[in-house]
Design a protein around this ligand. Structure first.
Ligand SMILES: *[C@@H]1O[C@H](CO)[C@@H](O)[C@H](O)[C@H]1NC(C)=O
Ligand SMILES: *[C@@H]1O[C@H](CO)[C@@H](O)[C@H](O)[C@H]1NC(C)=O
Ligand SMILES: *[C@@H]1O[C@H](CO)[C@@H](O)[C@H](O)[C@H]1NC(C)=O
Length: 528
């Protein structure tokens, strides 16, 4: 169940990724993209300077104003843009401004929202139907009331996540949680979290569901999936819905039909009307692939968001920025004990080493059966030997994800130090591991095969990633530059030298326990 559809999806991913590599990398060198790449446009969050009690923005009634507030960009990376005062009318996102030159190119922010494939780059370039500039005077002419009537602009209050992608990658646990939501949180946290403010959850946000770890990231009121119906953003095993409801219990979710209501309310009318979004994170997969980090290197949309914020020092390199999310989910799933707000500033040595094997033998892409048995035997031997020697306790969980509940899967992930598995969706759970100095993901591929999905994601949290080809392994920076899916990649006969993997784990733990705390995910050097 968990791994349903994966093979087809991986194939699409390669095609899409490869297409983007050849076209987008060329384009982003020629055009002005890089300046928005490197540069983070931040405005100090208004809330930083006022006392916590006054922090909530005072709503402005746009029915009565003389001039509509102009649109501004709080932060931007290819495919990820935080706006203040974004407008929508007739389905087009409108930037009200006198100075269009201060904005990134539209194609680096949005697209037509079509599914990506090798031949439709041009059809995914946004047109004025998707995004356009409007002068303040024109906005007033279109939507302004006269002396006796209100302006025809309605505010959609609070913070909105505006997702411009089709279901193509939304309905998949890895792409939804470990790319879209992972990148969204990296970007919002980077733009708004103020380490010095230490707001208490209660004072900023009277709520039945306060954030478990305090943050000055504004409450996210809603997510809108512009091009997806209710099923389009949900994955087969049900993790996407589980994640959204567990971590953001008050968030409202709108889908394409709801968006059409809003489009029609402004389109099918003689008079002009608009919606006003005071604070929006707009994300777009096609636009992220136009950036060189995603398009030419990682094929991970979240890497654009993460890199801009990590380079600017706005998020740490050891996954503390993500701790609020993983802690919320771990507490919701049960089990425990879980993290509190005293997050360490360097990675700690854990008290126990918990090896979790995401066993895929019940699904299509898996190890040769005898190699799977040898792997389990070798890891069991390692665990028994370590526990006989005394000292740190070692634990081994051989997990068939498709046979246990979602809660149990998250409980296993939350206590895992070393996650082990054949390349596949089950490894997405790595984002719920608590990073320690020893934390690692060991990903097994058919010899010659490689994909950066879990590799980049593991390192972005400060953990170590090993790729294993039977009896060889490599880790960053020695991985292949490009993904490769040779024959047998998705098949049931992946060879593996189990004792080799057990030795790799043993050596890794010994090395990390002795060594100085270090991470190998510098955003400055981490670009080919
Ligand atoms: C690619 O997408 C376009 C729509 O944007 C579609 O017309 C075309 O048939 C697709 N091509 C392939 C090979 O799927
Ligand atoms: C929106 O407007 C279009 C075009 O007028 C119409 O075909 C469609 O039924 C409307 N949809 C909704 C949900 O009102
Ligand atoms: C690794 O496996 C290959 C294929 O079975 C074998 O030819 C090679 O000798 C092995 N290398 C080592 C170091 O065991």
């Amino acid at each position: 169940m968990l791994f349903k559809h994966l093979c087809r999806r991986d194939a699409v991913l390669v095609l899409f990724g490869a297409a983007c590599f050849y076209t987008f990398s060329a384009v982003s060198v020629l055009n002005a993209g890089p300046e928005y790449h490197e540069q983070i446009v931040t405005e100090p969050p208004a809330m930083q300077t006022v006392s916590p009690v006054l922090k909530q923005a005072v709503p402005v009634d746009l029915g009565l104003v003389q001039d509509f507030p102009e649109t501004s960009v709080v932060a931007h990376a290819p495919g990820w843009t935080i706006f203040r005062n974004l407008y929508m009318s007739s389905g087009s996102l409108l930037l009200v401004t006198r100075d269009p030159s201060q904005f990134p190119e539209h194609r680096m922010m949005t697209s037509t929202g079509l599914p990506g494939n090798l031949t439709n780059d041009a059809q995914r370039i946004p047109t004025p139907k998707e995004m356009a500039f409007v002068t303040p005077e024109e906005a007033k002419r279109r939507w302004g009331g006269d002396i006796n009537t209100r302006n025809r602009v309605s505010t959609v209050e609070g913070t909105t996540l505006l997702f411009n992608d089709p279901p193509q990658f939304l309905n998949h646990y890895f792409h939804f949680v470990a790319e879209l939501m992972f990148g969204s949180w990296a970007f919002l946290y980077g733009a708004f979290h103020d380490q010095t403010a230490k707001p208490s959850a209660a004072s900023t946000n009277p709520s039945f569901n306060p954030p478990l770890l305090p943050t000055s990231v504004p409450t996210i009121n809603r997510a809108i999936f512009i091009h997806s119906d209710v099923d389009g953003w949900r994955d087969g095993p049900g993790f996407n819905g589980y994640f959204m409801r567990a971590v953001f219990p008050s968030m409202t979710i709108e889908v394409a039909t709801d968006w059409i209501d809003r489009v029609n309310a402004t389109a099918n009318t003689e008079i002009g009307r608009a919606w006003h979004f005071p604070l929006v994170l707009l994300t777009d997969r096609s636009a992220a692939f136009r950036g060189s980090i995603c398009g030419a290197y990682t094929q991970r949309t979240a890497a654009e968001a993460w890199t801009v914020m990590a380079k600017a020092g706005k998020i740490d390199l050891i996954g503390n920025w993500w701790a609020g999310i993983r802690t919320s989910l771990a507490r919701y799933a049960g089990g425990g004990p879980h993290e509190d707000e005293n997050l360490p500033s360097v990675l700690q040595v854990p008290d126990t080493v918990v090896i979790t094997y995401i066993n895929r033998q019940g699904t299509r892409r898996h190890l040769r059966d005898e190699d799977n048995r040898a792997l389990i035997a070798a890891v069991e031997e390692l665990i028994a030997r370590k526990n006989r020697q005394g000292g740190k306790r070692w634990e081994f969980n051989n997990v068939h994800a498709e046979q246990i509940s979602l809660d149990e899967q998250i409980q296993f992930a939350a206590k895992t130090t070393i996650m082990l598995g054949v390349h596949g969706n089950g490894l997405t759970h790595l984002v719920f591991m608590k990073p320690t100095r020893v934390s690692a993901v060991v990903e097994m591929f058919i010899p010659g095969g490689f994909a950066r999905d879990y590799e980049w994601t593991t390192r972005s949290l400060g953990m170590t990633h090993y790729s294993v080809w039977n009896n060889e392994s490599f880790t960053h920076p020695h991985e292949p530059v490009l993904p490769d899916y040779p024959d047998g990649f998705h098949g049931p006969n992946i060879p593996l030298d189990g004792p080799f993997v057990a030795r790799l784990i043993e050596q890794h733990v010994a090395m990390k326990e002795k060594g100085v705390p270090s991470v190998d995910n510098s955003p400055v050097h981490d670009q080919h």
